[in-house]
Design a protein around this ligand. Structure first.
Ligand code: SF4
Ligand code: SF4
Ligand code: FES
Length: 505
């Protein structure tokens, strides 16, 4: 370790590490465009200038290794003048279109200008213009005028996806980012360059012009599109007189699971949360009041008791599964986690995406829930009522020849409800919190619990009412029930709030 002094304050830092990394780790504001922790240094933007005692000229923090005893200044009239000059250079040809730019509100250029810029333009010659809408492919649009040529996007396709679709064309103020001829941006992680771009040069076709970012609220969640369970932010907003809408998923840094990135399929899977969520309870194909349908569920359970099979889905959280398990034990019901079609050989790759599309099938193993076809078939033949929980189609049960009573608790509108005795909506993935275990055995808590206009209850609330034990929240379930499982020893609700914890399965 090394002791360094930054703006008069002594901090302990890793000897030999890049100065910018230690400054950022200590929450010291250091402007930067080209450096990114996942891409390393490039030294092209010169925004990260600092003064180092003993050096004649300011140095870039992204290419300065730390040495013990260094004295560094990141603020002051001298260094602010240097930063202002760099900004002035960046802004010579930059359009002043913040009011119509999607990045406004989360733009580094805008932020730095507000910090140390605020000068009148000295430019007397016309700006060099570029194309405003270049379709790069893969849902990404480039505005050439806004680009500060940091090359983060180029280095992403070179070093991370290794697909090399992007490059810099021409020289000086005619330099532009472009794709190679007949090689559009086309890789499953392409939309990450929109997050990497520090300005509004790269925008997502899906998100652009839909919402101003300062209206968005963010909640932390886990992507449920495949078994990787990437960490994400869910950005949502409720307009007056309307329901909450989710506008985008963004990657949330998690060094144990997904680093700084997510795949495009997972990123765009937010649409299911808006499209299929608002539907009514149905009793034998007819719309019903929620309260009445809830009563009907209780009556169905009481009528069939040990002649019931609960067929749950791997999209349920660990807490929901253990509560369903409690219900089945209490009334001698059968419980199965058997699923079909959850493995897609064409989906996975060697980076993040997994062929296994079940977000929480590992919890079956932790709780000892049988998910084999044989036990499912056997259980099905012994019951006269099947309650599907978290699933949205009845094909598996009906194709197995079951023609008795069927009910469904689901979060997304099912294809048909006529054959169901009861269809009861429950809160969807981003409308309730819960724990998920990914394919590498990381236990992760998805905190996002957006409140919607609909009266759909969470599954935990419904089960709390049915079981009558006043356990309604994830914390209660962890304290009262999950502590008893050996595989989860050492993991508790509080520990999960800020990190992913590995278990051996
Ligand atoms: S498009 Fe964005 S990320 Fe790419 S070089 Fe320009 S400013 Fe950097
Ligand atoms: S890799 Fe899987 S979990 Fe991660 S973002 Fe993509 S679909 Fe979601
Ligand atoms: S961040 Fe250091 S030169 Fe760009």
């Amino acid at each position: 370790m090394a002791n360094i002094t930054v703006d008069g304050k002594v901090i302990m830092a890793q000897d030999g590490a890049l100065l910018i990394e230690e400054l950022l780790a200590n929450n010291i504001n250091i402007p930067h465009f080209c450096y990114h922790p996942s891409l390393g240094k490039d030294g092209n933007c010169r925004m990260c200038m600092v003064e180092i005692e003993g050096q004649k000229r300011p140095q870039i923090a992204c290419d300065t290794p730390i040495k013990d005893g260094m004295i560094i200044r990141t603020k002051g009239a001298n260094i602010d003048r240097v930063k202002r000059s760099m900004l002035e250079l960046e802004l010579i040809n930059h359009p002043i279109d913040c009011p119509i730019c999607d990045q406004a509100g989360e733009c580094e250029l805008q932020n730095y200008y507000m910090d140390v810029g605020l000068y009148d333009s000295r430019l007397s010659t016309p700006k060099v213009h570029g194309q405003k809408r270049v379709d790069l492919g893969a849902n990404v649009v480039l505005d050439q005028e806004r680009c500060v040529l940091c090359t983060r996007c180029v280095r992403f396709t070179k070093n991370i996806t290794k697909t090399n679709e992007l490059g810099v064309l021409s020289r000086a103020d005619h330099s532009v980012i472009t794709t190679f001829p007949n090689n559009p941006l086309h890789n499953p992680y392409a939309m990450n360059i929109v997050d990497l771009c520090p300005v509004g040069a790269l925008t997502s076709k899906d998100f652009r012009f839909k919402q101003r970012v300062w209206f968005l609220k963010s909640q932390e969640a886990i992507c449920d599109r495949c078994a990787r369970g990437c960490s994400i932010f869910v950005d949502h907003h409720k307009e007056k007189y309307k329901d909450e809408m989710i506008y985008r998923y963004r990657p949330r840094f998690n060094d144990k699971v997904n680093g700084y990135f997510i795949c495009d399929v997972g990123r765009l899977s937010y649409t299911k949360e808006n499209d299929n969520r608002n539907f009514h309870p149905h009793i034998r194909g007819k719309i019903s009041e929620y309260e009445y349908a809830e009563g009907k569920l209780l009556r169905l359970i009481k009528r069939h008791l040990s002649k019931t099979l609960i067929l749950l889905s791997s999209t349920l959280s660990l807490e929901e599964m253990v509560r369903l398990q409690k219900l089945t034990k209490l009334y001698g019901m059968k419980l199965s986690g058997y699923e079909e079609g959850n493995n897609d050989e064409s989906f996975g790759d060697t980076f993040l995406k997994c062929n296994d599309l079940s977000p929480n099938a590992r919890s079956f193993k932790v709780l000892g829930i049988n998910s084999t076809k044989e036990s499912f078939r056997e259980d099905l033949s012994a019951v006269d009522f099947v309650l599907l929980v978290g699933r949205k189609d009845t094909a598996l049960v009906q194709q197995s020849g079951f023609d008795k009573s069927l009910a469904m608790l689901c979060a997304y509108c099912p294809s048909a409800s006529d054959e169901l005795e009861l269809l009861l909506p429950i809160a969807s993935h981003t409308a309730r919190a819960g724990t998920f275990i990914n394919n590498d055995g990381f236990v992760q808590y998805s905190k996002c619990a957006i409140t919607h206009n609909s009266e759909h209850k969470t599954l935990l609330e419904l089960l709390g009412t049915i079981l009558g034990d006043n356990i309604f929240t994830c914390k209660d379930v962890w304290d009262e029930e999950l502590v008893a499982f050996d595989t989860l020893a050492g993991i508790d609700y509080h520990a999960l709030q800020n990190t992913s914890l590995k278990i051996v399965l």
